[in-house]
Design a protein around this ligand. Structure first.
Ligand code: HEC
Ligand code: HEC
Length: 289
């Protein structure tokens, strides 16, 4: 039990250092000296000790990075040399504040493990990092992280206002992916986020729906450029502080026109193959909302 307290102390100090960005640089060894861990002199050699070797992030939002710092101490009598840190796929690991990954007897270093939940499917994750060292015991030590990747719409716990949707942090989901793209790829990046093709609880109608395709190219241009007032459809034109130029908007209109033609052609094909439905393109592609 005594050791628990002794380990908690460096952890607190590290937390404070991290929080204030005050990692001592004038005396790089100072960090080690400031928070010694008891060395077991009965054991010759280096000895790795990990204060808490597993961490649960609980919910990790898609598109974010989850980070945790593990504390790795050397409770042996010789310098602990970490020769490798091997994460299982999907995360990265880095030893901090240890020169050449060497931890002197009685010292502690931090191991930062990062899990990038960008483009990861929803569901539970369980990852580990193997820490190989010259430790007498536990030469292949392990730390584990776990959690659950959840939909990015947790970014929108409350119904969001359109204000600022193209600025700051909002831009990383709502603008950045579409930079440099045109046509179909631009639609995929900037529009499908709200007009997804999946029946995925999206705020806008899907592209293949009558609501989207009934308009003329001029109307599309106007809707995209100026948005739809009092709805979640933003105004995309630069003149409205949006991210898109005339050319980019024209490429979307062209793509939607081609998509509409394709949809109509498919419907015509269907109706000539003896389908009882005489439905027009419109009512055949009406989206379930
Ligand atoms: C992590 C990615 C992400 C970030 C960051 C983000 N959004 Fe979104 N936003 C989405 C997704 C995905 C949708 C589509 C709706 C859904 O799937 O929940 C969406 C939809 C919307 C909508 C449509 C209506 C709604 O609430 O569903 C508005 C308005 C909106 N975002 C505004 C913003 C604003 C303002 C910000 C910045 C404060 C922002 N978003 C930041 C991903 C993001
Ligand atoms: C933040 C979410 C969001 C984004 C991003 C978004 N839309 Fe929309 N859009 C909507 C919503 C919601 C509606 C339905 C508005 C209404 O009429 O209530 C809509 C309506 C539309 C309509 C008219 C459909 C109708 O019902 O008449 C078109 C066309 C359209 N969007 C095209 C686009 C295009 C093209 C893009 C990409 C440049 C885009 N939208 C991006 C949310 C969004």
């Amino acid at each position: 039990m005594k050791s628990r307290i002794l380990y908690a102390l460096p952890a607190l100090l590290f937390a404070a250092f991290v929080a204030y960005g005050l990692l001592p640089s004038p005396q790089a060894g100072g960090l080690h000296a400031a928070s010694p861990v008891p060395v077991d002199t009965t054991k010759k050699g280096a000895q790795i000790k990990i204060a808490e070797d597993s961490y649960d992030f609980h919910d990790i939002e898609q598109g974010t990075k989850a980070e945790h710092i593990f504390l790795i101490s050397n409770v042996g009598t010789d310098t602990l040399v970490i020769t490798s840190t091997r994460p299982s796929c999907g995360c990265t690991a880095a030893v901090l504040d240890a020169k050449e990954n060497k931890i002197p007897p009685g010292a502690t270093s931090r191991l930062k493990v990062t899990f990038d939940a960008n483009n990861k499917p929803e569901g539970p994750i369980q990852k580990s990092v193997t820490i190989t060292s010259n430790s007498k015991e536990n030469a292949d030590a392990m730390v584990r992280i776990q959690g659950r990747v959840v939909k990015s719409k947790l970014a929108h716990k409350t119904m969001m206002h359109l204000d600022g949707i193209f600025q700051g942090d909002c831009a990383k989901c709502h603008v950045d992916k579409g930079k440099g793209e045109l046509g179909a790829r631009l639609f995929e990046a900037d529009c499908a986020i709200c007009h997804g093709s999946k029946a995925d609880d999206k705020p806008g109608p899907e592209l293949a729906s009558e609501a989207m395709l009934k308009h003329t190219p001029k109307q599309w241009e106007h809707i995209i450029a100026d948005g739809i007032p009092n709805s979640a459809m933003p105004a995309f034109h630069i003149r409205n502080k949006g991210p898109l130029s005339d050319e980019e908007i024209a490429s979307l209109v062209e793509y939607m026109g081609a998509f509409k033609k394709e949809a109509e052609r498919n419907n015509m094909l269907k109706s000539t193959t003896g389908s009882t439905s005489t439905g027009s393109a419109a009512n055949k592609t009406t989206a379930k909302r």
